[in-house]
Design a protein around this ligand. Sequence first.
Ligand SMILES: N[C@@H](CCC(=O)N[C@@H](CS)C(=O)NCC(=O)O)C(=O)O
Length: 216
Amino acid sequence: MPQKSDDLKPDHRLLYQTHSPFARKVLVFALECGLGNRIEVVHVETSPTLRNEAIFAANPLGKVPVLSVPDGMTLFDSMVICDYLDRLHTGRKLIPHKAPKRWHALRLHALAQGMCDAGVLYRWETNRRPEDLRYPPLADGQKTKLIETFDHLESVLDPKTPITIGHIALATGLDWIAFRDLVDFKTGRPRLSQWYEDFCARESMVKTRFSGQTHD
Ligand SMILES: N[C@@H](CCC(=O)N[C@@H](CS)C(=O)NCC(=O)O)C(=O)O
């Protein structure tokens, strides 16, 4: 972890949900940057079918994560918060500034974000939506995106690359897919499986394990 901040008091407030891959990405990012002690984590619950006023007051989309920063501003979404946090420490940047590292990191982040978006839609179509309102072709389409993504990762992931926002988004996304038991990404993908296991052993991941259920 690039920087220690044991002597610092929390001066940022993070609206967080213990089963959100996007919120966990932000917290893992903060821990990897040595900024954990600057952040007060506030546990909330929200869903598109169960409005949370505190979250809407901070983000008109009603979604977490949201970060309140010392000047009173609130930041969302997860990518914007990570960009903000990366400017707050003096260690190695997890969102590289220079090409081509920057484009590799941002592209992997986009892939991980898209993987989570597909996972959320798949979960609605297979689990959350009342059964008579589900549309199986939509579930199949989202599952295809997930499988294509896992296969792509199996062929391109390089365990020797220093970690970036892309890796953090990927690990928190995959761990959410495993937590929700959505689609198997391990069988037949030894490289991806090993990378995932190794990343999950990091202190930042161990400290932020998923828990809890969606409140609808
Ligand atoms: N693009 C957003 C996605 C955030 C998001 O979808 N958060 C979920 C929790 S996993 C949420 O708050 N959902 C409530 C809702 O959609 O109303 C980000 O990266 O922060």
